[in-house]
Ligand binder design. Structure first.
Ligand SMILES: *[C@@H]1O[C@H](CO)[C@@H](O)[C@H](O)[C@H]1NC(C)=O
Ligand SMILES: *[C@@H]1O[C@H](CO)[C@@H](O)[C@H](O)[C@H]1NC(C)=O
Length: 517
């Protein structure tokens, strides 16, 4: 009997897979995305393991954390201060800084003792989900375990994801992450976009990939060439959606799951609920996300923000870690607020945000117009998108003053256009055949079931760059056309010579005839 039960249990286990997720980047928002997906997979009965610097204190059943300590200190000391100070830096500095910084993070990750232990373990996995942040070298890990890999992009599609699947992204209508243009670009914008896109592509090819190849050689000397690892990726998850980013071409292994992390609202705590319910003129929610701390902002800017709040008639919820003396009575400050539950509240009028991808998608999901103060990474891009689509306004951090912030807030609160556009976004984002989280779970199981699902890959991955760009074909066509021209030229030349010859013969005859006469 026991044996039968055991057998039965084994049969049931077929559907339960071992899934390893690597969300090494020391950014809380990346972990929120990754752990939301993993928790859903654990609830489906899969055995999941999460590698991140943010282990849960009390993880759920079937969910194991592998802690990579040391990453957070690195971020606090090296990444955030430089990013906040990077406003005046040039495009080149911004791009190379991201690359350099990504290199150090990968290096730090690979020398971590827990990662060494993981790589030396004999544990078997069925799938690896890898967060994508200029860490191409880490594709050696799925190769090491000999399993399919899904790449997860927390900022949606970009050159960095498109190069994996060879997804088409024409410069004529897909704006680069580093320019802040609408999808429909003017001539000058297309010129700029083409320039920066090519520039970034060259930088990725000659700086980033070179670094990644070096890391690969150093830490995984037996791994195949980097390009083979990149070509072997099964699927790419994009944390984006066409309701927010606009329509783009995607190959069948590029899956948009934007909005998957947004949970249904839960009841608010009593005191918070009372504060917001009583806001008959509405309230604004002010949060600069998990990275920017008060210590990163100068006193003067903070003073500007408080003065703005003081003049507003609406109430203000301010997510911030410092408690100020004599704050205006319409302001409630706390280190943490349940963001989605607040965005779901019917009295909300505006969301002041740094423009991180999670926050902008959450605002879109609940139809809340935004005032964006972008700092770094994709924040500029996300905020530009809200401005271009008229559901948000931007306040540049350098120009953040009492006046500029007040004006932007009043514009968003008093002009119904922004709110209406935000509501339209929300209705499109929510209107999907499958909830984004269920869609993500479906595709994870699909890749496992079909052993890497290589049928989803475009054969573009098997071409090298000159085959892909049809350079070989172009050379043949040009050669043929040239040959044609040359043969026509010589044919004409022959005919003309022949005619000349005949003509001169004839005229000689005529001349001779004349002489005889
Ligand atoms: C854990 O996985 C098992 C099957 O492997 C499943 O029966 C159980 O419900 C899962 N636990 C949770 C909390 O979902
Ligand atoms: C490609 O992925 C498959 C699993 O999908 C794996 O078995 C194979 O070893 C991988 N090849 C390389 C070169 O990484």
């Amino acid at each position: 009997m026991k044996v039968v039960l055991l057998l039965f249990a084994c049969l049931l286990q077929v559907d339960s897979a071992n899934i390893l997720a690597i969300f090494h980047f020391p950014c809380k928002s990346h972990h929120i995305l990754g752990s939301t997906l993993l928790k859903a997979l654990a609830r489906r009965g899969h055995d999941v393991t999460m590698v991140s610097p943010f282990p849960f204190k009390d993880p759920m059943e079937n969910y194991t954390d592998i802690d990579i300590t040391g990453m957070l200190e690195y971020k606090e000391n090296h990444i955030v201060p430089k990013f906040v100070a990077s406003h005046h830096s040039t495009m080149y500095d911004k791009m190379t800084f991201s690359i350099k910084n990504a290199e150090e993070v990968v290096e730090l990750f690979l020398i971590n003792p827990n990662i060494r232990k993981l790589l030396n373990s004999r544990k078997r996995y069925d799938l690896i989900i890898l967060n994508w942040a200029m860490n191409d070298a880490l594709l050696a890990i799925p190769h090491h375990f000999n399993v399919p890999v899904i790449v997860f992009s927390s900022i949606g599609s970009s050159l960095l994801t498109n190069k994996i699947t060879r997804n088409p992204a024409p410069y004529s209508y897909i704006p680069n992450l580093f320019v802040n243009y609408p999808n429909h670009m003017s001539l000058m914008q297309r010129l700029n976009n083409a320039f920066w896109s090519i520039y970034f592509e060259v930088l990725d090819c000659f700086v980033n990939e070179k670094i990644q190849k070096k890391l690969l050689q150093k830490h995984f000397p037996n791994a195949p060439p980097l390009q083979d690892l990149i070509n072997n990726v099964s699927l790419v998850f994009l944390n984006s959606h066409y309701s927010v980013e606009g329509a783009r071409p995607y190959l069948p292994n590029m899956i948009e799951i934007g909005g998957f992390h947004v949970e249904e609202p839960e009841p608010l705590k009593t005191n918070l609920k009372a504060f917001l319910d009583a806001a008959s003129d509405g309230f604004i929610f002010f949060s600069l996300g998990t990275n920017v701390k008060s210590s990163h902002l100068p006193k003067e800017k903070l003073e500007n923000i408080v003065q703005t709040f003081k003049k507003l008639e609406v109430k203000v919820l301010w997510k911030f870690e410092r408690y100020f003396e004599n704050l205006p009575s319409n302001v409630l400050v706390d280190e943490w607020f349940p963001q989605t539950d607040i965005l779901a509240h019917s009295n909300i009028r505006a969301f002041v945000t740094h423009g991180g991808r999670l926050s902008t998608i959450e605002a879109a999901y609940y139809g809340v117009p935004i005032v964006g103060i972008p700092f770094f990474s994709d924040q500029e891009y996300n905020i530009a998108d809200s401005v271009n689509n008229k559901y948000g306004v931007k306040v540049a951090y350098e120009e953040l003053s009492e006046q500029s912030l007040t004006m932007s807030l009043l514009e968003i609160i008093n002009n119904p256009m922004y709110r209406n556009n935000a509501k339209i976004k929300a209705s499109i984002l929510r209107d999907q055949p499958l909830k984004p989280l269920d869609n993500a779970v479906y595709w994870v199981e699909y890749v496992i079931k079909h052993k890497g699902a290589s049928h989803l890959q475009a054969s573009a991955t098997k071409l090298n760059w000159f085959e892909y760009m049809l350079i070989d074909v172009t050379i043949i066509v040009i050669t043929l056309v040239l040959l044609l021209f040359i043969s026509v030229y010589f044919a004409f030349k022959c005919i003309i010579n022949l005619l000349k010859h005949m003509y001169s013969k004839q005229s000689k005859k005529v001349k001779q005839g004349k002489k005889r006469n």
